[in-house]
Design a protein around this ligand. Structure first.
Ligand SMILES: C[S@@+](CC[C@H](N)C(=O)[O-])C[C@H]1O[C@@H](n2cnc3c(N)ncnc32)[C@H](O)[C@@H]1O
Length: 234
């Protein structure tokens, strides 16, 4: 049985509310690097004429790709109708689709990107097989995910523990190598700043885990390390 609860993932992304709580707290690494900006650089470096993003969320990253590559065909896919609606409202082509069953021909795409989404997918090998199928030979797959150390200090202080997922900085490379010959990684430590206990609590609760979160009462604002990896595969 898959460790991923598909109904919970659908419920989580039925609206943009939970995602919005989580995106606002992040700041770049100590040396000024931002994971999404690094991922954008990896996409641009591959000079795609066709770009497909799976699990596009609100379409923020796809919009940056479209701005950076005005001549490329950009298609954004998500399993959530609301996310597709939000992405389309940016003037992008967006469709409802599951990464495990891509509605695209073989060898048809130059770059596929999957940012913070593969840990939601029930059958990872099937999803990666689909990405490989639609990528043209020599095409590039750009992936971003979190590691077990992501906000682990906050999670532990607040009464939980590290969040261990099915596709992380720690276990993701192994599964990617089953489908791609060349897998390069870039590990980043962005920082999350929480203004107060309520902000930390809202963040922790947004993931819908079964934990009775209890962040520290004082010492706010507090800063915690994230753990993010950019994989570039071909
Ligand atoms: C954590 S959000 C990340 C969104 C966006 N990539 C970003 O970086 O902000 C995960 C997204 O993946 C989508 N998703 C989850 N499982 C999916 C699947 N099997 N196929 C396509 N999209 C999926 C969710 O609906 C959600 O929009």
């Amino acid at each position: 049985m898959s460790m991923v609860d598909r109904d919970a993932v659908r419920a989580q992304y039925r609206t943009e509310e939970h995602l919005a709580v989580r995106t606002t707290v992040w700041h770049p690494t100590a040396d000024g690097r931002d994971p999404a900006t690094e991922a954008l650089a990896a996409v641009v470096a591959a000079t795609p004429r066709s770009y497909v993003e799976v699990g596009c969320g609100t379409g923020m990253f796809a919009a940056r790709v479209a701005d950076a590559l005005p001549d490329a065909a950009v298609l954004a896919l998500d399993q959530s109708e609301r996310m597709v609606e939000l992405t389309a409202s940016r003037g992008l082509e967006a469709r409802v689709a599951d990464v495990q069953d891509l509605p695209l021909p073989d060898d048809s795409v130059d770059v596929v990107a999957a940012l913070w989404m593969l840990y939601h997918v029930p059958d990872l090998d099937r999803a990666l097989g689909e990405v490989r199928r639609v990528l043209r030979p020599g095409g590039t797959f750009v992936v971003v995910t979190n590691g077990d150390a992501h906000l682990a200090a906050l999670r532990t202080e607040a009464g939980g523990g590290p969040l261990v997922t099915t596709f992380s900085s720690d276990n993701g490379e192994r599964v990617l190598r089953r489908h791609f010959d060349d897998v390069r990684r870039d590990d980043l430590v962005p920082r999350a700043v929480f203004a107060d206990r309520a902000a930390a609590l809202a963040y922790l609760r947004s993931s819908r885990e079964d934990v009775d979160w209890d962040p520290p009462a004082d010492g706010w604002p507090r800063t915690y390390d994230g753990a993010v990896t950019l994989f570039t595969c071909s």
